[in-house]
Design a protein around this ligand. Sequence first.
Ligand code: GLN
Length: 547
Amino acid sequence: MTKHIFVTGGVVSSLGKGLTSASIGMLLEQRGLRVRMQKLDPYINVDPGTMSPYQHGEVYVLDDGSETDLDLGHYERFTSGLLSRDCNYTTGQIYLSVIEKERKGQFLGKTVQVIPHITNEIKSVVKRMGGDDVDVVITEIGGTVGDIESLPFLEAIRQFSLDVGRENVLYMHLTLVPYLKAADELKTKPTQHSVGQLRMIGIQPDVLVCRCEHSISRDDREKIALFCNVPVEAVIEEKDKDFSIYEVPLSLVENKLDELVIKKLGLTSAKPLDISPWTDLLHRLRNPHHEISIAVVGKYAEHKDAYKSIYESIDHAGMHHQAQVRIGRIQSADIEREGCERLLSGYDGILVPGGFGERGIEGKVQAVKFARERGIPFFGICLGMQCAVIDYGRNVMNLEAAHSSEFDKDTQHPVICLLDEQQNVTQMGGTMRLGSQPAKLDPESVAGKAYGVTEVNERHRHRYEFNNTYRESFEAAGLKFSGTSPDGGLVEIVEIPAHPWFCAVQFHPEFKSKPLQAHPLFAGFVGAAIERHQSRSTKDGLGVSSR
Ligand code: GLN
C-alpha cells in the first residue's frame, strides 16, 4: 500500500516548501524507500511553460518534455526518481480536464461542481502516483493555506485520507516562527493561526515544520504543540541556512524528522539512514581548495530564480572540484551600455544561458566575443549557443549580417533559423522542440571527453536551430560541430578547438545536474575556469615579484 505525505505551507509564501519536500524525499530514499514526488499548483495557467521567468522563476523541463514549476528541479536534484507530466498539475489543468469531460457528456447531465467533481479530479491525479513500485508519494500543495485558490486542493487532500485510510496519510505543515526584535522573542501566534485555518477545513496536521531564524526553545515547542494539537516531538525546527541549501536535509535529520515520518506511517521496510554522501558533500563545500568566479550573462539576471538550475549546476561542479564558486549575475543589457571590459574582465569563466526575446541579445554576443578573444572558458546554453554562432559568423567569418531569424526575420545571413516544418508556427504554447533527445558526440572533442561516451540524451526547449546551409563554411573557418542529432541533421554542440575551453550546446544540461553527480559539461567548464584562475595567479605572482 502506497503511503502519502501532503506538504502544505502557512503564514507566508517562499518558506522553501519545495526544498523541504525534496529533502524529506531524499531522506526516505536514503532509508531504502521508493519515493515519488508531485507538486499541485493553485494558479490557473494551464501551461507553466508560457509564464514569465520574472514572475515565476525558471521553467523546469522534464525528460518527457513537460514544462513545469521550478520546485520539480529540487525534487530531481535531491531524489533519484524520474519525474513526468503526472508530477505537476495546476488548477488550470484540473479544471480543463473536468470541463473537457463535461463537454463529452461524461457527467451524464449532472450539475458539475467543485465538490465532488474538481476534488475527485485532484484526488485521481494524486492516486495515479501510487502503485506497487512506490512506497511513499510526497505531494506538495503550492500556495499558502488561507488563499482562496488553494481551497479545492486542501479539501481534496482532506477527503483523501477518508478514501485510503488515515493511517496511510501524513499531513505536514510548513510554517514560520518569526523573531520579533523589539520583544526579543520568537512568536508562535502566526503558526497557531495557520494551523487553525487548516483545522477549520478539517485537516489536523501530524507534523509541523517550523521555519525560524533562531532556535525554538523547548517551552515554545510545547506551546506550539499544545495550541496546534500535535505531540511536541512533531514540532520540528528548520532554522535558516545561510551557508547552503544542502544543509537542509541534515538539519531535518538532527531534528529526527525521518524517524518521525517512518514511525507515523508505519514504514517497516525502512533501513537505517546512511547520510554520509551528504556530510562528505558539505565537508567539501566548507573546505574549498580553490576560489573562482563565473559570470552568468543573461536577460533576467536580477531575478534570483530565473536561472535557478544553472546556478545550482555551477555549484555542483564547484563541489565536484572542491572549489568555491562566486557567481556574478550580469545583465546583458548592461554590457551593451558599459562594455565587457568593465563588467567581465575579472571572471574566470563566462556562461551565457538560454532565453527568449531580443532584449540584451547584443550584450550576450559581445560577451561571447570577449570570452573567445581572451581565451576565457566559455559555456553557451541554448540561446547562449545561438549567440556563439552569431558571434563566430559576424566576427570571425565577416558575415556582418549574421543573426538569428528569431530577432531579424529578413537578415541576409540567418545562421540560426526555424526548421522548415516549424515555419508556419504562430501559436505560443506547445510549439517547441521539447524534452529529452539523443545526440551523438565526437569522442575527440571537449564534450566527448567530458561525457566519456559517444551518445547522450539531453533535454531541449527551443524553436530555432543552427542553419545547416552554413555548416561547411563555419567548419572551414574553425568551428567544430562536436555533437549532432544521431542522423547528423541537427547541430547540438559547437566548440572552438583552438580555444582553452569553448563549448556551446543547443540543449539544457542544467536540468540533469545533481549535487552528488555534477553534470560532465559543467564539471569541465568549472575545471577549465580553475585552471585559468591558477595560471593567472601564477602570472600575477610573477608580475608582483619582478617589480
Ligand atoms: N529563443 C531560442 C529558441 O527558441 C532559444 C531558446 C532557449 O534558450 N531556451 O530557439
